[in-house]
Ligand binder design. Sequence first.
Ligand code: ATP
Length: 201
Amino acid sequence: MSMRIGLFGGTFDPVHYGHLRLAEEAREHVGLERVYFVPAHLSPFRTSEKHAEGHHRLQMLHLATQDNPAFGVSEIEIERGGVSYTIDTLNAFRTQYAHAEFYLIMGLDTLAGFAHWYQVEAILQVCQLLVGIRPTHDWHATLASLPEWVRPNLQAVPMTPLGISASDPRRRCAQGRSLRYLMPPDVIEYIHQHQLYTEPR
Ligand code: ATP
């Protein structure tokens, strides 16, 4: 059987337990050998909305994933700069791992906009989607709103629903409130050390 690799893109601004549980449950669900977290330099859908610099978001991901031997962090989109397109990242990974099977990991809210991604058909030709439920989004309604051609490539990842999104810890941080139990302690320490998310936005 060929190697199975999961690619998990996002802003990770900052990484939290919702991301980590989704990656772990996706890994277990289809037996991924590796899951690469790929922080975007700029997401095509929120080009003006970035809070921590790429090098901070990378470092927080390193701290959050260091104790999981199946997890890795890819700097490819931060290094490439500009707007980050998944098709470019996928093609670079396919060149490096020519015989691997690729899976894109995402939450349900991301799936809702997936049909509008740049070169979406090319993406679907070379990978499957692993989609984690989010308590804020309705699975059946999202599925019903998708074009037919997306559905055969899609697998649901049954996961413990976690209602965390990165905007919540950012807001708490700006208010001087506790971040405990929302993300790994090393990430919290890093946020405080580097005084990230102190501006009320
Ligand atoms: P923000 O509040 O800034 O939108 P976010 O955590 O929702 O933060 P990203 O960091 O871009 O946004 O998320 C990366 C991916 O992880 C997306 O596909 C998103 O759907 C998924 N995701 C984020 N949080 C959760 C969660 N709690 N449960 C399941 N999936 C999640």
